[in-house]
Design a protein around this ligand. Sequence first.
Ligand SMILES: Nc1ncnc2c1ncn2[C@@H]1O[C@H](COP(=O)(O)OP(=O)(O)OP(=O)(O)O)[C@@H](O)[C@H]1O
Ligand SMILES: [Mg+2]
Length: 290
Amino acid sequence: MHTLEHGLGLDHVASGKVREIYAVDDERLLIVATDRISAFDVVLDQPIPDKGRVLTGLSRYWFDLLDTPHHLISTDPESVPGLDDPDAVRGRMMLVHKAAVIPMESVVRGYLYGSSWKEYAAGGGPTTEHLPSGLAQASRLEEPIFTPATKAESGHDENLTETQARRYVGDDVYEELRKRSIDLYLHGAGHAAAKGIILADTKFEFGVVDGEIVLIDEVLTPDSSRYWPADAWTPGATMPSFDKQPIRDWLDAQDWDKAPPPPTLPNEVVADTRARYLEAFELLTGEPLA
Ligand SMILES: Nc1ncnc2c1ncn2[C@@H]1O[C@H](COP(=O)(O)OP(=O)(O)OP(=O)(O)O)[C@@H](O)[C@H]1O
Ligand SMILES: [Mg+2]
């Protein structure tokens, strides 16, 4: 599923890069994960079949496993009042409590990679202020670090220094998000490690429901996290991403400036990527995607 007919019988309230959001009533939303995929922040034209079901299935798995207040009410389409065609969204929908979104991405890193490695290699930046010298790309960090970023309306998210983040959400909320995010990361990383997978870093979103801070959005999915096969981990090297690597490699080999429109993916690249998402689901949950 790439796009949805906005004819579910509910009011469509927003489209993200991957998800479509509908209003169920004043307190609840229906979040539907499509099969859209983005690479280098550009949404590609070809959907990855089953990707939306993988993201929803994994989020549900983690919401059940992580012992934390969260927004998920149900993944059963029959539980959504006013939904016209339950089969259109089965497996890819979440009925959730509508939250006042805290506009900060709560990123936790256990390894030095991506934008944080870039800052570090360039002499330091917001995410590296608490790191020692002498680390390499993909180095494991002594302790996971909390490196929040702004939730940009469009374009790239921007990493915040601790001072900026504290000013952005206030000291009390900052402390709570930091503690909750690091605990969740450690819980998830421990679980993944037992399956031979490294959770290198991940992004959480939180919102407020009835005065309480709850975990919202998707959680510990391949789209919100960097997962690496543990046996491929080599500090000092570039790491293959579990899921998007076939697409990134293929795009890198094209003459494309990373601005829309993106090139058309060959079928093999789509099939390879789909297999990677299904494999990530199966490895993490111990079950094939139903
Ligand atoms: N319980 C909730 N209440 C309100 N909004 C939510 C809730 N859970 C998730 N969201 C919001 O729904 C959207 C999910 O859509 P999607 O993941 O496709 O967006 P995105 O492309 O990541 O872009 P962005 O997060 O910047 O909107 C996010 O904006 C997220 O903040
Ligand atoms: Mg998102």
